[in-house]
Design a protein around this ligand. Structure first.
Ligand code: AMP
Ligand code: MG
Length: 319
């Protein structure tokens, strides 16, 4: 069921149930992070491999400290600049956090989401919520409550309706494990903004090369529509057959060789933030449109363009 009853959502979570929650990045599939059985239900509902750890969510840094976790100084600087917001921090975990949440690691990813309904919900709970994106493992992340309902139906007791996600990409993840600072995932907060606060450059080579042992869930093909997706940089449209059967995902302008009605323009005004917000919706619509394939533009490699390209590459068929 979809609804806006925050107290009902809180009651279900307190009773160990799953609830889909709105955040500014994507919708999450949430459970009590202190409850093994509830956390196990997330993995089962998603079909998520057990080695892929979950991010925990709460409404303020003070609570993370109350639960016995020390936030490293540089993480604090980032949190002061950007939390609540689309950034997760990987920090040493406390015993209360289920080993299932961290897939046995000594570090846990934490985030304070910037969504009024979600913050209200979190403030009513005396535990953090473990919440991966509310999609079946490997599929496109949901940016509306209806996307969650389409995939899970009655499998989850409640979907808290919070409107369309305003960021539309998963959080950026910064790890402070082993006294090193490492960007583990490009996401809804631009890399340049993180670097400006940390006053250092962050490498993304290990992300681009899919060598990310600290974040096992980021290795695989992911975010994938069922229709084969190709990047414009790796194929020419003539090799893809009949143009009327090709969908396009583009930044600002139509592809000259494909019918306009097949094309999804992510931001006419050329805003990468707006493009990010529309990306997953466009992937879903293109997937549902009975096309033979999807051809996606490579976006400018700065700001959220880096994260958009990351998602498109993981969605693309190997070429
Ligand atoms: P999702 O919530 O589905 O967007 O996925 C969360 C991502 O965060 C996964 O790909 C994980 O690999 C990563 N992650 C979560 N917890 C940790 C952690 N403790 N250490 C490293 N990466 C993590
Ligand atoms: Mg996910």
């Amino acid at each position: 069921m979809i609804g806006t009853d925050v107290q009902h959502a809180a009651n279900l979570l307190k009773a160990g149930q799953l609830v889909a929650i709105p955040t500014e990045t994507v919708y999450g599939l949430a459970a009590n992070a202190f409850d093994d059985t509830a956390v196990q239900a997330i993995y089962k509902a998603k079909g998520r491999p057990q080695f892929n750890p979950l991010i925990i969510h709460t409404n303020g840094l003070h609570r993370i400290e109350e639960w016995g976790m020390q936030v490293p100084e540089k993480a604090l600087a980032l949190a002061n600049a950007f939390s609540p917001g689309p950034i997760s921090f990987v920090i040493p975990k406390s015993n209360q956090i289920s080993d299932l949440v961290t897939a046995g690691h000594e570090y846990v990813a934490v985030r304070i989401p910037n969504h009024p309904l979600c913050l209200d919900l979190l403030s009513r709970l005396d535990f953090p919520l473990a919440a991966p994106s509310a999609n079946k493992s490997g599929c496109i992340s949901p940016t509306t409550a209806q996307h969650v309902a389409d995939q899970f139906g009655e499998e989850i007791p409640y979907i808290l309706e919070g409107g369309p996600c305003t960021i539309g990409l998963e959080s950026s993840i910064v790890s402070f494990a082993n006294k090193q600072i490492q960007l583990l995932r490009l996401g809804g907060l631009a890399k340049e903004k993180i670097e400006a606060v940390l006053n250092c450059k962050l490498s993304i080579e290990h992300i681009q090369n899919n060598e990310n042992p600290l974040s096992p869930g980021l290795l695989s093909r992911h975010y994938a529509p069922t229709t084969p997706l190709y990047l414009e940089s790796s194929v020419s449209p003539t090799s893809l057959g009949e143009p009327t059967k090709i969908a396009c995902i583009r930044f600002q302008q139509y592809h000259p060789a494909i019918p306009k009605e097949n094309q999804f323009i992510l931001s006419e005004m050329g805003s990468l933030d707006e493009a990010a917000q529309h990306l997953f919706m466009a992937m879903r619509l293109a997937d549902a449109g009975n096309f033979n394939c999807i051809l996606a533009e490579v976006f400018p490699p700065h700001g959220l363009g880096l994260a958009i390209n990351d998602r498109l590459k993981r969605a693309a068929v190997a070429s």
